[in-house]
Structure formats: C-alpha cells, structure tokens
Design a protein around this ligand. Structure first.
Ligand code: ADP
Ligand code: MG
Length: 261
C-alpha cells in the first residue's frame, strides 16, 4: 500500500475504521491521516464506501471499530468544525425553501436555538451566495433550480458555516462545465485560506489536476498519496477490476498501458 507521510499538521485522523450497515462492512480497517490545508479527492468504484467515509468523518455513522478524529477531537464532538455538501440525490428538492434560506442554514450552528439570525449572519450567507454566483436566484425555491445551481447553493450553505473542514460528496456530478469550473475555483480559494477539503470524485481524468492527494477506496484503503502515486495503472486495475471506462477516461491524462478487453 502507498502511504504518504504528511509533513504538516493532520486535520482528520482515521484509525482502523470499520463501519457496517449489515453483515458486510462498507469500510474495513481504514487508516489515513489527512493533512491540513489540502484538497483531497476520494475515488473508488460504486459502492466502495466513499459516502460512508464522509459520513464517518461527520460523525453521522457509528464505527464498529476504530475512530475518526478531527483536529484531535472525536468526530461527534467536532461537528461545528466540519461542513458538508451532500450528494444531490440525498436532498429533498421539493422542500419549500428558498436559495437564501438554504445559505442561511449554514449559520444555524453559530446561533443558540432562541437567538435570531443577526444581520452579520445574513450578510455572511449572502456573501457565500455571491461567491458561488447565485445572488440573483436568492428568492427562488430550490426545486426550481438546475442541478448545477442546486449544487452551488449547497456549497454556499457549507461556506456560510465558516468551518475548518469541508466535505463534499460528488459535487461535480451532473453539472455543466461552467459550474464545474466555478465550484473548483471556490474549492481552491477555500484551500488558500488554509482549510481542508475532502471531495468524493468519480472522474479520474480530472483527478490529477484537481487534487493534492487522492484516497483510493474499495471497502479497504488501497492507497493514499499524490495523484501521481495513486493513478497507477496496476493499482487502478486491482481496484476497478479492469473496468475499461476507467482506463479510457485516464488515457487523456497518462498512459494506462496496453489493456485488452
Ligand atoms: N444506509 C445504508 N443501509 C445499508 N447499506 C448501505 C447504506 N448506505 C450504504 N450502504 C452500502 O454500503 C456500501 C458502501 O456504500 P457507499 O458508502 O454509499 O458507497 P459509494 O459512496 O462509494 O458509492 C454499499 O455496499 C452500499 O450498498
Ligand atoms: Mg456515494
């Protein structure tokens, strides 16, 4: 297994993490240290436990074994430090709420339940909407947006949280090229502020360009390292079991070797 030794402070420490929903573990004995201030991609085939890893970092699922620590604290105790953009399919888009209301939800964690939003909170929410270029849609119901616009609004909510760590589950899935670039730009700006980002990503052809490090997952950790270390034909072949689409995607960026179907 490839394991990069991070030289900087670690933001997220995952130790021997095992999570299961039924008899078969979704994650098995995953150990990785995610350095602070980096943009980290989580890759692996469908059902490989990528979303489960994100949920474990959020303290949403309880480990069978092992633990996740956020800047040294238990995940469940560090919720305010972590913002989350869920997979689009996991959100009820018929819920009657406007774009501005979604962004404002990012500020709830900064208020007590009896406190109203301050003018400052609303300002921060509006700034987040501006950053993802959704200001003109502020009064629109979220159900009336395109997929890419919905993704931007949830990114705005996460930005408004002002959290040290951002976790995004397939933010580029089903969005157009303009939205993909807009989201990427915001992620890079957020990294520039010293924040740590983990992003579930399915397009291997852009993985090397987008991320500082990659986590390769299929129930177990198959590797953590730079894109150059992880996007190795043999390693990918083991994990994706020779899935030709994966190698076709990669052939634009580097040679995947000679693989007959
Ligand atoms: N709520 C759940 N109940 C039962 N099984 C689940 C649940 N969520 C995920 N799983 C199973 O756990 C495994 C990992 O799922 P997931 O983390 O969603 O993978 P990925 O995001 O990589 O596609 C899959 O086999 C999936 O069917
Ligand atoms: Mg998933």
């Amino acid at each position: 297994m490839i394991r990069e030794q991070p030289t900087t402070e670690s933001a997220i420490s995952i130790n021997h993490l095992t999570v299961s929903y039924g008899p078969v573990p979704a994650l098995l004995d995953v150990t990785v240290d995610i350095p602070k201030g980096k943009l980290v991609g989580i890759i692996g085939p469908n059902g490989s436990g990528k979303s489960t890893l994100i949920k474990a970092m959020l303290g949403f699922v309880k480990p069978d074994l092992g633990e996740v620590r956020i800047f040294g604290r238990e995940a469940a105790a560090a919720k305010g430090m972590v913002a989350y953009v869920p997979q689009r399919g996991a959100v009820d888009w018929d819920f009657p709420i406007t774009v501005r209301e979604v962004a404002t939800m990012g500020r709830y964690g900064h208020r007590r339940w009896w406190q109203d939003m301050s003018r400052r909170d609303l300002q921060i929410a509006d700034q987040a909407l501006a950053k993802v270029r959704m200001t003109e849609f502020a009064s629109r119901q979220i159900g009336q947006l395109s997929g890419g616009q919905q993704q931007r609004v949830f990114l705005a909510r996460a930005l408004a949280q002002d959290a040290e760590i951002l976790l995004l589950d397939e933010p580029f899935s089903g969005v157009d090229a303009a939205t993909e670039n807009a989201i990427l730009e915001v992620l890079r700006e957020t990294r520039q502020q010293g924040r740590t980002l983990c992003v579930v990503h399915h397009d291997l052809s852009t993985a090397a360009e987008y991320f500082d490090y990659l986590i390769l997952l299929k129930q177990r950790m198959f590797g953590f390292g730079t894109p150059e270390q992880i996007l190795e034909p043999q390693l990918l072949c083991d994990v994706y079991e020779g899935n030709m689409k994966v190698f076709a995607e990669l052939s634009g960026t580097r040679s995947a070797g000679d693989r007959s179907p």
